[in-house]
Design a binder for this molecule. Structure first.
Ligand SMILES: [Zn+2]
Length: 434
């Protein structure tokens, strides 16, 4: 245990603030609220509807009136909910309604993309305090990017005159994350981030605040599950098609990270043994043939060789010699045949890999998000049709393939929901325990 502690400064910090590490190296986070599963369900129900009476809570959750009454009293004692007046519903005696205690503290969500940075601050009830988005290059390294994030958060809090306690910061990063330590491990597109102590850096700026780091696609799956298309869906896959390609998996209502935290890294499944070399060093990965960078590379090469189209030649940035995946998407929307074919080919490749996942996991829904997913209806229908053609009929009987309902906010919303879940409960559902 001593060695473990020496090697894991993140846990040392967390242990001092919140919990302990047992002999089996399981970290136990001690939530300041320690909600029971029933209390958490009730709190989430109120959060979703803004205010609820005990009767309404009982109807929504199925818990008995006594259970609801006891749990509501406990939630009030823990200062997580408050009385919010009387219901105005017609008929019968008005009853007391309850709302979340927004004075208890706030939650911050950070989504670090390959080329973007997104921040969101909310109260416990989900009320938005600020939202910020800017261009950022992940390759600039952790010192620069994390410094920028801290400066932005301090500035935004000051501008909005927010002095409330910060309960937690959830952070998503575009690479494989060891969820226990919060460290990125051998990330293909994050030079300088390997094993960087992100939590320690953030904790120096925001002491006594729980910081949780996860893979960006995992937080997107959590965000879509919380307020997007996948609300109420127990088993689904969120697929981010951006610079790279990755999947977040919700199994039985829980995010599934696998044994080391890198489940869902579908971008590096081989789809062509004679394909190009991928950023991970292997050959013919899905990402190297159908991700945003691949689309950009293929379109540039064809345009230089005069094999694409007039429209793409016009869109080619003459000074840098580049064409972005967005340019190709726009050209396709304008009816450019070369771009349409290129995007359709990517749709086939992605659909092929997804059909294997459908056969393997039998999800109820596949949600597509990320910049490249905005290519439009024909991209979605190509992927959907390929999945239908290649998967077993029973697996696709009720399968829905849809675009994300909240493509721009899904990451930051998920980051907040992830950290809120851990702040409110202990690690009883295995979020931090390995
Ligand atoms: Zn790869």
């Amino acid at each position: 245990m001593q060695n473990y502690k020496d090697n894991h400064t993140v846990f040392n910090h967390l242990e001092e603030s919140f919990g302990s590490v047992d002999a089996k190296n399981n970290f136990t986070f001690k939530s300041p609220f320690a909600l029971s599963p029933i209390e958490k369900t009730i709190l989430q129900a109120i959060r979703k509807k803004t205010t609820l009476s005990k009767k309404e809570i009982s109807e929504i959750t199925g818990f008995s009136r006594t259970t609801v009454s006891n749990s509501v009293n406990s939630l009030i004692e823990k200062e997580t909910i408050l009385q919010a007046g009387l219901s105005t519903s017609s008929g019968g005696r008005p009853s007391t309604i309850y709302k979340l205690n927004d004075k208890k503290g706030l939650l911050l969500g950070v989504d670090i993309g390959a080329t973007s940075l997104d921040l969101l601050g909310t109260t416990l009830s989900g009320k938005r305090l600020f939202r910020h988005s800017e261009h950022a290059v992940i390759g600039d390294g952790p010192d620069l990017i994390l410094r920028r994030i801290c400066d932005l958060l301090h500035d935004l809090l000051e501008i909005k005159n927010i002095t409330d306690n910060i309960l937690g910061i959830g952070i998503g990063v575009p690479g494989p994350v060891d969820f226990n330590s919060g460290m990125v491990v051998s990330p293909p597109i994050m030079p300088g981030w390997d094993q960087y102590p992100i939590i320690e850096f953030m904790s120096q700026e925001f002491p006594d605040t729980l910081v949780v780091v996860d893979n960006d696609v995992n937080i997107m799956a959590i965000g879509e599950h919380a307020i997007g298309k996948a609300v109420g869906i127990d088993n689904f896959i969120y697929v981010k098609i951006g610079t790279g390609i990755g999947a977040g998996i919700i199994l039985n209502n829980q995010i599934f990270r696998g044994s080391e935290g890198c489940a869902g890294d579908i971008g590096h499944i081989c789809v062509d043994k004679n394909g190009p070399i991928c950023s991970c060093g292997n050959i013919g990965c899905l990402e190297s043939l159908a991700g945003g960078n691949a689309i950009s590379r293929i379109a540039e090469k064809a345009t230089f060789e005069g094999k694409s189209s007039e429209l793409l030649s016009e869109k080619l940035n003459k000074s840098t010699g580049t064409l972005s995946a967005k340019d190709v998407g726009q050209a396709a929307q304008e009816g450019d045949q070369f771009s349409i074919e290129l995007i359709r080919e990517c749709g086939f490749l992605i659909g092929d890999v997804l059909s294997s996942l459908v056969n393997f996991m039998n999800p109820q829904m596949i949600v597509l998000g990320g910049g490249v997913s905005n290519f439009g209806g024909f991209f979605l229908s190509t992927i959907r049709q390929t999945i239908l053609n290649r998967s077993l009929p029973l697996a696709t009987k009720n399968l829905e393939v849809v675009f994300s309902a909240i493509p721009n906010d899904v990451g930051v919303v998920g980051a907040i929901n992830l950290v809120m879940d851990i702040v409110l409960t202990a690690a009883m559902d295995g979020h931090i325990k390995k």
